[in-house]
Design a protein around this ligand. Structure first.
Ligand code: ATP
Length: 582
């Protein structure tokens, strides 16, 4: 049973145990609701027979009933407390575990996963799906299972009491469940459609928010809102159609269920007339029948919601089953040479991005990757930091295969400056401190000065304490890039990856930063990607990438003399050849 819960609802072992306990407590609560009714019947039976049989006094006194009422009230209260605790408290705890485990999974997933799923989709799985699951598990799932068990127990008791009248009560249950069961497929497919269209709409809204600037500048507001409106219209139509269809089936099941009461009235009256049952038994069955279908109807309602939950749980399982990146967390390489040995890689099946790439980036040297756009330079930088795992070949750091090293441990040895800088909505100081979380303010400011941040930070209203807006929206491209370089300087890791790190800077700032980087890179392994030839001319080694292949390797001077891709790129950028040899 526990394993079934774990698999079906993507739960932890503890969560499955808690759910089991919650179901038991909910059954006890459901049965406890019958206590006052039973006491009422006992009272009726004794006092009615006193009237009918004209006996002097009932077996139990009124005091007895009053004391029992108080006792039952206290018992019910205690049971309700335990049920509340086991259901709500425990399920919220499981929900917290589920979110933490999802976040942990995300940490361990390769970047390939984030390429396939967009961010709106991911955040809604973590927040919205987890919330819905939490709601259903606290309010519905234990109730469904408990209703089934309670009705079964009550049914058995009633069959022992009077099997004929019980048949009249229960014949409707299998018929009603059958109708509901037959509609399950339709409900499932409708819920799946609802879910995907809803996701599609939130993706569209997110896309609109992310690209508001582009939409405005290209005057595409109408196109965007028309496309969003048409998605919303489709969703509305599907919802109405779905609700009608699902509602029709559920109501049909209810109608069958409701036929139970007239059955008991008519058949009970017949049995009463033949003297097979007493008026008291007849009344007991009437009252119980009026109540017994409620848990079944609730279970059906909740079950319909549970079908919707299946789609969300499937989504979570999909995330959980993604291959994670693991590896040893102790790593002390003997040196920081990076070597690519026969590395082939593709982002998508059938589209080869890197083909049998071989090169060494030595510690203490600057290795520059150059070549036409789309050649695979950034891919090499990302693979070096194990953002993706490769299919063929091996990448080593200090002679050790990086695919055997835990990504977080590995990244401790890297300072990375990418083309797309990501900044957080906090102060300049905190954004730079991301490079080294325990850095003092003085250390941060020193790194910022080396990265030429001082000049623009001074103009900000609160200097280093100025909030820079979401993703640094209040800063220019060059300023953002300088913050990212300051982070790398502050981290001072033995390997430095610079992917178009100075592309958004003007010539003056670029040469200042080049000087700062010059001090930073001493005795380190530096992999640099740049389109501007002047940025790579000081490199110790140039690797030219074209269409996923290495076409040339050598010092800038060797390659210039070779008259290949590198030399023609140089010529295009510098008509004056004297610059090259300087
Ligand atoms: N996340 C991704 N998913 C699928 N394909 C990708 C992804 N990133 C890059 N590519 C593709 O891989 C190829 C190499 O891209 P890469 O960014 O490595 O080239 P590059 O040489 O750095 O280009 P550029 O100089 O323009 O930055 C390109 O064809 C690109 O479209």
């Amino acid at each position: 049973m526990l394993k079934y819960f774990q698999n079906k609802y993507a739960m932890s072992e503890k969560g499955a145990k808690d759910l089991f306990r919650a179901i038991i407590w909910t059954v006890v609560v459901d049965i406890s609701y019958m206590l006052p009714i039973m006491l009422g019947f006992k009272f009726l039976e004794e006092y009615m027979s006193m009237v009918i049989k004209s006996t002097d006094s009932p077996k139990s006194s009124l005091i007895y009933y009053m004391v029992m009422s108080v006792v039952f009230f206290i018992v019910m209260l205690a049971i309700a407390y335990f049920q509340y605790n086991s259901t709500y408290t425990k399920i919220y705890e499981e929900s917290a575990r589920r979110r933490i485990s999802l976040a942990e999974t995300l940490r361990r997933l390769p970047l390939a996963f984030f390429g396939k799923k967009d961010i709106a989709d991911l955040s809604s799985t973590i927040m919205e799906d987890a919330t819905q699951i939490e709601m259903l598990f606290s309010h519905s799932v234990p109730q469904i299972y408990a209703a089934v068990v309670t009705v079964f127990i009550m049914g058995v008791m009633m069959f022992f009491y009077n099997w004929k009248l019980s048949l009249a009560v229960f014949w409707v249950v299998p018929v009603s469940i059958l109708v509901f069961y037959l509609s399950r497929k339709l409900q499932n497919s409708m819920h799946e459609k609802f879910y995907h269209i809803k996701r599609d709409i939130s993706d569209k809204i997110q896309e609109g928010l992310d690209s508001a600037q582009e939409i405005k500048s290209y005057n595409r507001e109408d196109t965007f809102s028309n496309s969003l409106n048409s998605k919303l219209d489709n969703y509305e139509k599907l919802l109405i159609k779905g609700e009608l269809l699902i509602g029709a089936f559920i109501n049909l099941s209810y109608v069958f269920l409701k036929l139970g009461l007239p059955s008991v009235i008519l058949y009970g009256a017949y049995l009463l007339s033949t003297g097979e049952v007493s008026i008291f038994t007849y009344l007991v069955f009437l009252v119980v029948t009026a109540r017994i279908y409620n848990p079944i109807m609730d279970a059906m309602n909740n079950f319909a919601l549970l079908l919707y939950l299946n789609v969300r749980i499937k989504r979570m399982k999909e995330m959980d089953e993604m291959p994670r990146q693991n590896g040893k967390s102790e790593f002390n390489p003997k040196n920081y040479d990076i070597e690519f040995k026969d590395v082939s890689f593709s982002y998508q099946e059938g589209v080869q991005t890197l083909n049998r790439v071989n090169f060494v980036a030595k510690q203490g040297e600057v290795t520059a990757l150059v070549g036409p756009s789309g050649g695979g330079k950034s891919t090499i930088a990302k693979l070096t930091a194990r953002f993706w795992d490769i299919e063929k070949g091996v990448i080593t750091l200090g002679g050790e295969d990086i695919s055997l090293i835990d990504p977080e441990t590995l990244l401790n040895h890297y300072s990375i400056v990418f083309q797309d800088v990501t900044l957080f909505n906090s102060s300049v100081m905190d954004n730079i401190r991301l490079g080294k979380k325990d850095a003092t303010d003085e250390e941060v400011i020193k790194a910022a000065k080396l990265a030429q941040c001082d000049e623009f930070v001074e103009k900000l209203p609160q200097g280093y304490n100025t909030l820079i807006g979401e993703n640094g929206e209040r800063l220019s491209g060059g300023e953002r890039q300088r913050i990212s370089i300051a982070r790398a300087i502050l981290k001072d890791a033995p390997i430095i990856l610079l992917d178009e790190a100075t592309a958004s800077l003007d010539a003056e700032n670029e040469s200042k930063i080049q000087n700062a980087l010059g001090a930073l890179v001493k005795n380190k392994t530096v992999l640099i990607i740049a389109h501007r030839m002047r940025t790579v001319l000081g490199a110790d080694k140039i690797v030219v990438m074209k269409d996923g292949f290495i076409t040339e390797t050598g010092t800038p001077l060797e390659l210039k003399e070779k008259q290949g891709t590198f030399s023609s790129m140089l010529k295009t950028q510098y008509q004056d050849n004297s610059l090259i040899c300087s």
